[in-house]
Design a protein around this ligand. Structure first.
Ligand code: SAM
Length: 776
């Protein structure tokens, strides 16, 4: 790409930098023409789009090599490597290949099932047996292996049926005897009674929550374009929106760990794509949703060819029923056009996502090229605000993507100035409107730790977000951003859920956070992050009205011991100055009810002297006017931060030096002497020190510092913010370890905050937090 870029003439670069949505097709057409004359461009497209250069095709030879390695590891008892090699083999094994009279994929599933059984992963083992039997139902070994998994899970009736089916297919006398012996053994546990066969029920998801009957409306706003409001009052925690993505893609860093369709974490029994070695799924069903139904494959199932009782016939039919039978696959098969070529691996995820949008739009019979089919998504874009470099990147990426899609679709996707320009606009729509799909992950768990006194243990359980995918939700993208959001978004599988955090009155804008929030960063940092990422200047209440958090988050403490006022440095003072609106009839009207007293306490000058004439003076207390030498104070803070940074580094590396903790404690005192008690740096230092004490088993001290950190965060975010819920998880896990009854209070708060944000989905989102319910 860089080579291509350097070949472009300055004149063309200039006209691209000046392009706008109306004349885009000219610059797209010129650049396309220019590339068409470059041999290296054609070579690049060849490498990206042709199957003969593909790095992700199926390959029987490699599959057999991996299988052999898996077999060797299995016989040596090296189960984790055996599992790895069998999965590698499955990724590259051609689906219709028979080796020694057995389908290779089915054999690999059965081999992997044996490893999973050894590893105690019985459900995973059972699922692999089912996959093998869905391919070849006369596979005796798969039935036998299935009986093992069922026995381990105490599904004795199924285990007996599996063995009976396997017995019918077994040729050798000794094999028959062994199976008969095993049947007797299981029946013996049931006093010789036979078990009636069961019909397998496949439970893919279990989500209970209902959308409330709330009337939402899209309206035109003064400063933010379109936005969403409710026509009625919305009670706290109401679920008001659920939506499937128009298109979605797994994050690059989660390609090996998360399902490429539903984005849930992959378990040990990964299901690879049936046609390429790149895409991985958590289940056959997800694979079918992403790749489409493979009728040909399923009709290849061999007839069982043995005489079975009608009960057993039914049993076999229920187990081997194609997983997609009766499933109404409504989704467009989003991975199909990407299968077996390099570009979906080589290009950035958002370009591949654009490809999915284009193909879906074409598949939905919208004619691409005419009547602006892609733009029919009616999403806003930020093309005009992009810098020249970004415009050029979008031009190049669009030409490359359109060329790759053209390879697959031929004349169905023509590469012209017009179609490329639509792709450019689509990419800038994706920049502004796509959402990151996230999963909550717990780091450390009080379940997995030893005695609290022993050093090196990780006692706290923390909650963190992992960005697993990126998606376009057409209706979801109509919600504007606020740094003080009143709605909360989360994801189950690929579904977007939106819930009201608190009570929202009819007509009030419904706004979520695109990332930055009051309490997380200062106003100037939030503004620059939104500008950089989405190219807009945030005009939310948090950025336009005085709030306690923005006043204190980076502030210094007053030099007057009896004053709790704040002293701002010049960068913060400038931003806060902009919030003092000369047209408002009094500053106190712009301050939230709950915070009014607090704001007054830290900045009474602001509250008393309203109007445009008042200037915030950096270095002087906003409450009593006392002076602080900011240069000297900054030097103290910098020094202290170096020591705290060292502690943070140690926590990451897992190494330990007592001196680092002592230095950090001294630095915390220094920070407290210079910074306002609600400054975020103090909260962060308290948190690192809490983690360090936890690591060396000094849990009481860890708890104290954890509580101190939470107290500050409550001031910055507000008491009921989800961040406080996440922090309370840490505190509760320490309290639980200490056997303190105060854990009850923390549990109640966690439950209150989490249910406000996640409603009845709490347990689906945080299954790993069940341990917190343990009694003290
Ligand atoms: C995902 S869209 C939201 C819907 C959009 N307003 C529309 O008309 O389609 C994001 C865009 O909305 C606008 N926007 C959202 N929140 C904003 C805010 N707090 N301040 C200013 N503009 C905002 C920006 O133009 C941003 O790029």
């Amino acid at each position: 790409m860089e080579k291509l870029k350097s070949a472009i003439s300055q004149t063309l670069i200039l006209s691209i930098s000046q392009s706008n949505p109306q004349n885009l097709h000219n610059t797209c057409s010129s650049l396309h023409e220019f590339f068409n004359h470059l041999p290296q461009f054609h070579q690049m497209i060849e490498d990206l789009a042709h199957t003969n250069t593909s790095l992700c095709l199926k390959n029987e030879e490699s599959a057999l090599e991996f299988k052999l390695k898996g077999n060797n590891c299995f016989s040596n008892g090296d189960n984790s490597n055996a599992l790895r090699f069998y999965t590698q083999a499955l990724r590259v094994a051609p689906r219709d290949e028979d080796v020694m009279g057995k389908n290779l994929v089915a054999t690999l599933y059965v081999n992997r099932a044996a490893v999973l059984q050894k590893m105690g992963l019985f459900l995973e083992s059972l699922r692999d047996c089912n996959r093998a039997l869905a391919i070849c139902r006369s596979y005796s070994k798969a039935w036998y292996r299935r009986s093992k998994a069922n026995t381990s899970m105490q599904n004795y009736n199924d285990a007996v049926c599996d063995l009976k089916v396997s017995l019918c297919m077994e040729h050798s006398l000794s094999g028959k005897r062994q199976i008969e012996g095993e049947i007797k053994l299981i029946l013996g546990q049931n006093n010789g009674e036979d078990f009636p066969p069961n019909v397998i029920k496949c439970k893919e998801s279990d989500i209970h929550d209902h959308l409330q009957d709330i009337q939402l409306q899209c309206v035109e706003t003064e400063t933010k374009g379109r936005g969403m409001v409710s026509l009625t009052d919305i009670p706290q925690a109401t679920l008001l929106h659920a939506e499937e993505p128009y298109a979605a893609i797994v994050s690059k860093n989660c390609r090996e760990t998360h399902c490429h369709f539903c984005f849930n974490e992959l378990s040990a029994d990964i299901v690879p794509c049936s046609s390429c070695s790149m895409a991985l799924y958590c289940s056959q069903l997800c694979q079918i949703h992403a790749r489409g139904q493979d009728r040909q494959f399923h009709t290849k199932k061999h007839d069982i060819g043995f005489n079975l009782s009608s009960d057993l016939e039914n049993y076999v039919a229920s187990v081997t029923k194609a997983i997609d039978d009766g499933v109404n696959i409504k989704q467009h098969a989003e991975h199909k056009h990407e299968c077996g070529v390099n570009w979906p691996i080589a290009l950035p995820a958002e370009i591949v996502l654009a490809g999915r949008v284009i193909v879906k739009s074409i598949e939905q019979n919208k004619r691409f090229g005419e009547s602006s089919a892609i733009l029919n998504l009616e999403l806003c874009h930020n093309y005009l605000q992009l810098d020249p470099e970004a415009k050029l990147e979008l031009h190049i990426s669009s030409i490359v993507l359109m060329k790759c899609l053209h390879h697959c679709y031929g004349s169905g996707i023509p590469v012209t100035g017009d179609t490329i320009s639509q792709c450019v606009l689509l990419l800038s729509q994706i920049k502004v409107n796509s959402m990151a799909i996230v999963r909550m992950r717990s780091a450390g768990s009080a379940d997995s730790v030893g005695p609290p006194s022993s050093a090196g243990n990780n006692t706290t359980s923390t909650v963190e977000q992992v960005r697993v995918g990126q998606a376009i939700y057409l209706a979801g993208s109509l919600y504007n951003h606020s740094c003080q959001p009143n709605i909360h978004t989360y994801f189950l599988s690929r579904t977007l859920y939106i819930r009201a955090i608190g009570f929202v009155t009819a007509g009030h804008p419904l706004e979520l956070s695109y990332g930055p929030q009051v309490g997380q960063w200062s106003c100037n940092n939030r503004q620059s992050s939104l500008k950089e990422q989405y190219a807009f200047v945030c005009s939310c209440t948090g950025c336009s009205q005085i709030n306690l958090s923005d006043l204190v988050i980076n502030s210094f403490r007053c030099t007057n011991k009896n004053c709790s006022g704040v002293i701002l440095d010049s960068s913060v003072a400038d931003y806060e100055q902009q919030k003092i609106n000369p047209f408002s009839c009094g500053l106190h009207l712009q301050v939230g009810m709950v915070q009014r007293d607090e704001v007054k306490k830290v900045a009474s000058f602001l509250c008393e002297e309203t109007g445009s004439t008042h200037r915030l003076k950096p270095g002087f207390c906003l409450s009593c006017g006392a002076f602080r030498d900011l240069e000297a104070s900054n030097a103290v803070v910098k020094k202290a931060e170096i020591c705290i940074g060292r502690l943070e580094g140690l926590l990451d590396s897992g190494e330990w030096h007592n001196a680092t903790l002592s230095n950090a404690l001294r630095s915390l005192d220094l920070l407290k002497s210079a910074l306002h008690p609600y400054n975020k740096k103090v909260a962060e230092a308290e948190d690192y020190i809490a983690q360090a004490f936890c690591l060396i088993g000094e849990l009481q001290r860890s708890r104290d510092h954890c509580q101190a950190s939470i107290k500050i965060l409550e001031k910055l975010y507000g008491d009921d913010n989800i961040v406080i819920g996440n922090e309370m998880v840490k505190l509760a896990s320490i309290q639980l370890f200490l056997g303190e009854h105060t854990v009850e209070e923390s549990r109640n708060r966690i439950s209150l905050i989490f249910s406000r944000h996640y409603g009845s989905h709490v347990d689906d989102i945080f299954p790993h937090l069940q341990f917190l319910n343990r009694s003290v």
